[in-house]
Design a binder for this molecule. Structure first.
Ligand code: BG6
Length: 497
């Protein structure tokens, strides 16, 4: 027994890293559009203006200890030759979508994950009427997918919020966003009815703790603001699920979690406890979105930290009634934790929290992201036995500074990464009987990295001729991994040679 015959093979993208066309079709700016480029160990910065007209920048990015813009600051773009905003052009999907979707179809994709830029539909987030040009753009994108037999999976919010909401309301800190998000979501459900069946509400919702600006548009993020924002996103997701079930019963709405199995570095029981706590920190988000209530361990933690939840009458019933239809996750590797950090190399890459150390058994790429050949099987078992719900891996991939030679890239390192991941996933299905809906490779077409804002950290099977500053022909070329994945999909995951 291998993968099911309707297994959703494909790839995943996000508007803020892929779409470009930021100033076209009447779109409004998003929080991602005021983030500069960075590099490995050079943080991305958010540019802003002060009431006196002066401007500055601060690293409100992933993992940064900076969590506030100065009082009175307004996040915005600035015109300065030293400032570059990578989202503005990105991979120029805005002008290449027909070609990209065709190439993905020829690769054999059954599914393509895309996100909608909320501020392309509602430029300020809460406009009375939606922007017709934005709706028409996505409608044509989804129609093109359908013409090629590709099922779109659509993320409603992937690491960008309408900038206006961040500046006016401190983003998801405010309950005001709940109902305007539901309006945005249902506007999409109505307009894309019959074209899109699968939606995700919030990408990597648990990253709000380490990236409150990126994930929830917070320009001021104390622990209380973060708890409020998570609460409001839960509520918005639940209300969206309820609205979908009532009005568009054929829709399936998923949650999306950033996951990586936690390993104890030693057999010290304190390390096991650390694993348990670190796992709960992430899974708390799935507990709420899949089980419909805040777990006791989180409520006690909030109480001990003096955090109160902005609960209003009826909210708890809404959370219970609006649980998601499936649990999707991103998975790049595992995390190794220990209380005995002295003398050990710190872990790098995705989810490199303070207590994470490098795993000596794993190889890493140039950005410190490790390839773990067992992470899919372990993850699928953990998630399934806790939630007993349909699972979908909607992100997995490896970034590399590819060498483009003679019109292609010989990316055997990417093939090795994918082979290990797909094999591990197949073991979970075949040996452990875990139901899995699909596998989407992250960044199937080269795009700007989220963490660094660089183009050179490429994930794609399709190469895009553009450098870190948006210069190039944007011509698409096929890498070796394209043809390898094409074979894997054609054999429904049997042929991994
Ligand atoms: C995931 C995000 O965490 O990791 C994506 O959902 C991101 O948006 C991906 O691109 C890879 O991270 P990075 O920083 O290498 O682009």
């Amino acid at each position: 027994m291998g993968f099911s015959s309707d297994f959703l093979w494909g790839g995943a993208t996000a508007a803020n890293q892929y779409e470009g066309g930021v100033f076209e079709g009447g779109a409004g700016l998003s929080t991602a559009d005021v983030m500069t480029n960075g590099a490995h160990k050079v943080p991305r910065q958010v540019t802003f203006r002060m009431p006196d007209g002066s401007w500055d920048k601060l690293p409100l990015c992933f993992g940064s200890p900076v969590k506030h813009l100065p009082e009175g600051a307004v996040a915005c773009t600035v015109d300065d030759p030293d400032i570059y905003y990578p989202t503005h052009i990105a991979s120029d999907f805005y002008h290449h979508y027909k070609e990209d979707i065709r190439l993905c179809a020829e690769e054999g994709f059954k599914c393509l994950r895309l996100s909608i830029k909320w501020s392309r539909i509602f430029p300020n987030g809460d406009d009375e009427e939606p922007n017709e040009a934005g709706l028409a753009f996505y409608e044509d994108v989804f129609k093109t997918c359908r013409e090629y037999g590709i099922e779109p999976l659509v993320t409603l919010e992937h690491y960008e919020n309408p900038l206006s909401l961040a500046n006016r309301f401190n983003g998801w800190d405010s309950r005001y966003l709940v109902d305007i998000f539901v309006k945005y979501a249902t506007t999409c459900f109505a307009r894309f009815d019959g074209l899109v069946k699968y939606y995700l509400t919030f990408n990597e919702i648990n990253c709000i703790e380490v990236a409150p600006y990126v994930t929830a548009g917070l320009i001021h993020a104390d622990p209380q603001n973060i708890a409020n924002a998570a609460y409001h996103q839960f509520l918005a997701s639940a209300k969206t699920v309820i609205a979908a079930h009532e009005q568009w019963p054929e829709l399936k709405i998923g949650m999306m979690l950033a996951y990586g199995p936690m390993y104890a570095m030693t057999c010290d029981p304190d390390d096991q406890l650390l694993v348990m706590k670190a796992d709960n920190d992430g899974l708390f988000f799935a507990d709420v979105q899949m089980l419909g209530e805040y777990p006791a361990y989180k409520l006690i933690q909030y109480k001990n930290e003096g955090i109160t939840l902005p609960v209003q009458e009826g909210d708890l019933e809404t959370l219970k009634a609006g649980t998601c239809d499936f649990l999707s996750f991103s998975l790049y590797g595992s995390h190794t934790v220990t209380v005995h950090k002295e003398g050990l190399k710190k872990g790098e890459g995705n989810g490199a929290f303070d207590f994470v150390v490098a795993n000596p058994y794993l190889k890493t790429n140039a950005w410190g992201w490790a390839t773990d050949p067992n992470c899919q099987r372990i993850t699928l078992n953990t998630l399934y036995h806790r939630y007993r719900c349909p699972l979908w891996c909607v992100e997995s991939g490896i970034g590399w500074n590819d060498e483009f030679v003679d019109g292609t890239v010989h990316d055997d390192y990417r093939i090795d990464y994918m082979r290990a991941n797909i094999k591990s996933m197949r073991d979970a299905v075949e040996l452990d009987g875990i139901p899995l809906m699909g596998y989407l490779y992250w960044g199937c077409v080269d795009m700007v990295s989220n963490g660094e804002g660089e183009m050179k950290k490429r994930y794609g099977q399709i190469y895009v001729d553009a450098n870190d500053y948006g210069q190039g022909s944007f011509k698409r070329s096929l890498k070796d991994s394209y043809f390898w994945y094409q074979k894997v999909i054609a054999s429904n995951g049997e042929d991994l040679d």
